[in-house]
Design a protein around this ligand. Structure first.
Ligand code: PAF
Length: 281
């Protein structure tokens, strides 16, 4: 496993690999790695001859400077963790390496970015698209792996690739959960003990919503989820939407064709958690 800080060094290694005909799998991360990330690395290792993991806390995707400041940075333990996974290269650049000058590109993802995360975190997906397109340009992977906890991000990345005609296959990977159901996230490390204790209820409430879908329509399910989160004093709902998996637009009837996904964002104290669940209807 080799650690590179510059684009030049990484590309030198990758050029040699590509000349040998090796396929390249890429796992972009912001570090503070957990089992969710490691499952992506594992899968990338099974499907490719070389695996690159980037660790870069991308400033352009944070619309809140405190969030950027408090985002966990744990490079040493990340490297330690990765050493027992099939990771060949770690790319951990400084901000100036990725942004020698400000990236002024504005992506237009239409209605994919005006809902849910895009609505509550204006500019977030533009920043994600900026950094991921730069990283794809640097690594030129055959496949890139994204966790489905960030469901809307996955849609945006696919849209970005088709917009920029990037020849990379985007591989969606299942959400990895703690034993108590809490979706793994780097932000979980920031939860207080009390908030950590109630956070698994987010997933329990989503599971209940799925089972109650036999009895109630989507609007009623939404009201019930809102009510249940409101009854937990340490949690504060930002949104819960039941959307079509492709358009991300709200659905109002179970008759709607296509896969329906319940997406939620909740504050546990100052920590913002997201999760989602598929309605098997
Ligand atoms: O999902 C993340 O960790 C980030 O949004 C990503 C894709 C690494 C871009 O900074």
């Amino acid at each position: 496993m080799e650690l590179f800080k510059t684009i030049k060094e990484l590309q030198q290694a990758l050029t040699a690999d590509k000349n040998k005909g090796f396929s390249i799998g890429f796992v972009p991360t912001m570090g503070a790695l957990h089992r969710g990330h490691l499952s992506l690395v594992e899968r990338a290792g099974l499907e490719n001859e070389r695996v690159v993991v980037s660790i870069f806390v991308n400033p352009t995707q944070f619309n809140n400077s405190n969030d950027l400041k408090s985002y966990p940075r744990t490079l040493d333990s990340d490297l330690e963790l990765l050493s027992s996974y099939p990771c060949d290269y770690i790319f951990s650049p400084e901000v100036t390496e990725i942004y020698p000058e400000p990236d002024t590109r504005k992506f237009d993802f239409g209605t994919l970015e005006t809902v849910m995360e895009g609505h509550f975190r204006p500019g977030h997906f533009n920043g994600v698209a900026q950094v991921v397109s730069k990283l794809f340009e640097i690594v030129k992977p055959d496949k890139a792996y994204f966790g489905l906890k960030d469901f809307q991000q996955y849609s945006i990345i696919k849209a970005m690739c088709s917009m920029l005609q990037l020849p990379v296959r985007i591989i969606p990977c299942d959400i990895i959960r703690e034993k108590d159901g809490l979706a793994m996230s780097s932000r979980n490390a920031l939860l207080t003990e009390n908030h950590r204790a109630v956070a698994p209820q987010i997933f329990s409430i989503l599971q209940e919503a799925v089972s109650e879908a036999e009895l109630f329509g989507p609007e009623e399910i939404k009201k019930r989820v809102i009510g249940k989160i409101a009854s937990i004093p340490l949690l504060q709902l930002e949104y819960f939407d039941i959307v079509d998996e492709l358009t991300l637009q709200n659905i109002t009837s179970w008759e709607h064709q296509g896969v329906k996904v319940g997406c939620i964002a909740v504050f546990a104290g100052s920590v913002r958690l997201i999760d989602n669940i598929v309605f098997a209807k």
